[in-house]
Design a protein around this ligand. Structure first.
Ligand code: SAH
Length: 343
């Protein structure tokens, strides 16, 4: 192992604040002994701060309509051939009941940016789910006005996932031509102010993204004191302008997961579907490199193939998730799985 790597790892082990340079050194760990040592440290820190429980979140993809044109995403407006669907309020509420019945403690409502669901509608839906179940409600509906976030929060929504996607403002501008970087960051700040548990995250291997960008992504999440971090490789989709770009690398993605755990410590972090999509043992490896959450898909089966943010999305059902957790000698989370703040 190289000396600068050993030095950075030593400081990480002592739980010192990591500088950008040190994060970059860890992110450059050579595959083999160095990545082994990095993942094992992340796993230890995971154990120390969030324990052996792996929390399950039921992911319900309520609509694949989207008004935006993000260059990487298969749900983009200009992907005309994509078959579009949206769930009705009744279907969504019904799926929430069933999720609770199957033992989920958290339901995540995710969609493209679909104005069909008005603030009134969403507010009513959230209030009903909160009134009639004991579920934690997580939303992942994209950028909204502060007032909308406030009303959802008052209706009982607990958490919100809004990945910043990439901190490098030039790449952000290119890849999200109809979003503004500072507005997305502003959304994350509002969500914090409003008392949500906030999830952010980024993609790994976006065209033009450097190791320093990736270190900045992690530092940003630390500065924002986010509660949840979602990291996945970029996967090119054939019906997007990025179709000919290279896919994000598995090892680099796992390194980003590990460094996020080392830097952010007590956060909740899923082993994401995207990691499993690029490698058949991706989720397992992420759980062994710092992750502590799985998000089984609870969308109606007929919709799943149409929620094609990227192609060949890996499936995960509740039983498979439990099997994986048991095989790793970990425990299925019994409570709501809120962030356990230790400091
Ligand atoms: N509309 C919501 C939800 C987006 S879909 C929002 O804007 O927050 C959820 C996540 O999928 C995105 O945050 C993005 O990180 C990821 N994603 C989209 N396209 C992808 C691709 N081609 N490869 C990997 N991840 C992708």
């Amino acid at each position: 192992m190289k000396q600068d790597f050993l030095n950075a790892l030593e400081r990480a082990q002592q739980e010192k604040n990591m500088s950008i340079d040190e994060m970059m050194i860890l992110l450059s760990a050579q595959e083999g002994e160095e990545t082994g040592a990095l993942f094992s440290l992340a796993n230890k820190i995971r154990h120390k701060y969030v324990g052996e429980e792996v929390h399950l979140r039921g992911l319900l993809e309520i609509s694949n309509y989207c008004t935006r044109n993000c260059l990487y995403c298969g749900l983009r407006l200009d992907n005309q051939p994509l078959v579009r669907y949206r769930m009705t309020e009744e279907e969504i509420i019904d799926t929430a009941y069933r999720a609770e019945h199957h033992g989920f403690k958290t339901i995540v409502l995710q969609s493209g940016e679909d104005p069909y669901y008005s603030t009134d509608m969403l507010e009513k839906m959230i209030a009903k789910i909160k009134k009639e179940t004991d579920l934690v409600v997580t939303l992942s509906l994209g950028e909204k006005d502060r007032e909308d976030y406030k009303r959802f929060r008052e209706a009982g929504a607990n958490r919100y996932l809004l990945k910043h996607e990439i901190m490098n403002p030039l790449i952000f501008k290119k890849l999200k031509p109809d979003s503004l970087w500072r507005e997305r960051i502003q959304c994350i700040a509002w969500l914090r102010e409003l008392g949500y548990e906030v999830g952010s995250g980024c993609m790994v291997g976006l065209p033009g993204q450097s190791l320093s960008d990736l270190a900045q992504d992690i530092l940003f999440m630390k500065r924002m004191n986010v509660d949840m971090v979602g990291i996945g490789p970029f996967i090119p989709h054939a019906q997007t302008p990025l179709k000919d770009e290279k896919m994000g690398d598995l090892t680099l993605t796992l390194k980003a997961v590990a460094v996020s755990r080392i830097v952010l410590k007590d956060i909740n972090m899923p082993a994401t579907t995207a990691i499993e999509t690029i490698h058949p043992e991706g989720r397992k490896r992420a759980l062994e490199a710092g992750a502590n959450v799985l998000m089984p898909n609870i969308s109606p089966v007929e919709n799943r193939k149409h929620y094609e943010i990227y192609p060949n999305k890996a499936a995960l059902d509740l039983e498979e998730a439990k099997k994986l957790i048991n095989a790793l000698g970990r425990k299925v989370g019994q409570g709501h799985g809120n962030r356990m703040k230790r400091n």
